[in-house]
Design a protein around this ligand. Structure first.
Ligand code: ADP
Ligand code: MG
Length: 246
């Protein structure tokens, strides 16, 4: 359902992704793991086109775009592909001057032009789903980190994206607050939400993911079902990474 073909990303002379290919089936949760600086965030940002790949093809469902150096891709087609995705960031990135429910409604109203009442109804249902119906009118600053991240998850889900992209969703949180976010993400995983999650938290990855892509220095070192990659890694590099972290 999501297909990345030969994605290369350069920043100037710095090649950050060296032709990454991956397939993510509908309903799967893929953990993107690997050492810091390996290109996990960049790859996620290339899926939703917050970064434009230098070359390669990104396909999400029926929407696909191919990039080539020096070849400009239209804004409308970038928007169309991006709308297939929802993104959750490490540091939540809620709008500080909007309440929780307004944060969740924002994209529905401004981008999708939903009527406010309908958007509010959907936003409240999503807040309920992440256990925060009682915080609908709270300002982000009055919420704990775990609560803010749950609002951010509700916001990402609001337009019913085909894939939820999460970049280190728990790493800004204390262990006890990260637990409530993990619970929400595992519930979504159980319900069949397609997710790609960059994380260096192998506990989180092994709890939620059924597929693993191990990325180092912009190259996919190993990929496969989570039980195999975590339980019986084939590559020396993956083995070392997993044993130093567990
Ligand atoms: P990870 O998420 O695995 O830690 P990143 O994707 O953040 O890795 O970074 C991979 C490499 O890309 C790093 O060397 C980083 O410095 C570089 N990089 C990321 N974003 C940019 C950018 N906007 N401009 C220049 N270099 C970048
Ligand atoms: Mg990162």
């Amino acid at each position: 359902m999501i297909e990345l073909t030969d994605i290369e990303k350069r920043f100037g002379d710095n090649v950050v992704l060296h032709g990454v290919s991956a397939r993510i089936a509908e309903g799967n949760v893929t953990a993107l793991v690997g050492p810091s600086g390996g290109g996990k965030s960049t790859l996620l940002r290339c899926i939703n086109l917050l970064e434009i790949p230098t070359s390669g093809t990104v396909r999400i469902g029926e929407e696909a775009l191919t990039f080539r150096p020096g070849h400009k891709v239209g804004w409308a087609s970038v928007q169309k592909l991006r709308r297939q995705t929802g993104m959750v960031f490490q540091n939540f990135q809620l709008f500080p001057h909007r309440t929780a429910v307004e944060n969740v409604m924002e994209g529905l109203v401004t981008v999708l032009k939903w009527p406010k009442e309908k958007a509010r109804e959907r936003a409240l249902a999503l807040l309920e789903k992440v256990g925060l119906a009682h915080k609908a009118d709270a300002w982000p600053a009055t919420l704990s980190g775990g609560q803010q991240q749950r609002v951010a998850i509700a916001r990402a889900l609001a337009p019913s994206p085909r894939v939820l992209l999460c970049d280190e969703p728990t790493s800004a949180l204390d262990p006890e607050l990260s637990g409530e976010v993990v619970d929400v993400l595992s519930q979504l995983a159980k319900e069949g939400t397609t997710m790609v999650m960059a994380t260096h938290d192998l506990r989180l990855a092994s709890k939620i993911a059924n597929e693993v892509v191990f990325l180092e220095a912009g190259v996919v070192v190993e990929t496969g079902p989570a039980s195999e990659v975590f339980g019986n890694p084939q590559r020396e590099r993956t083995k070392r990474f997993i044993t130093t972290l567990t």
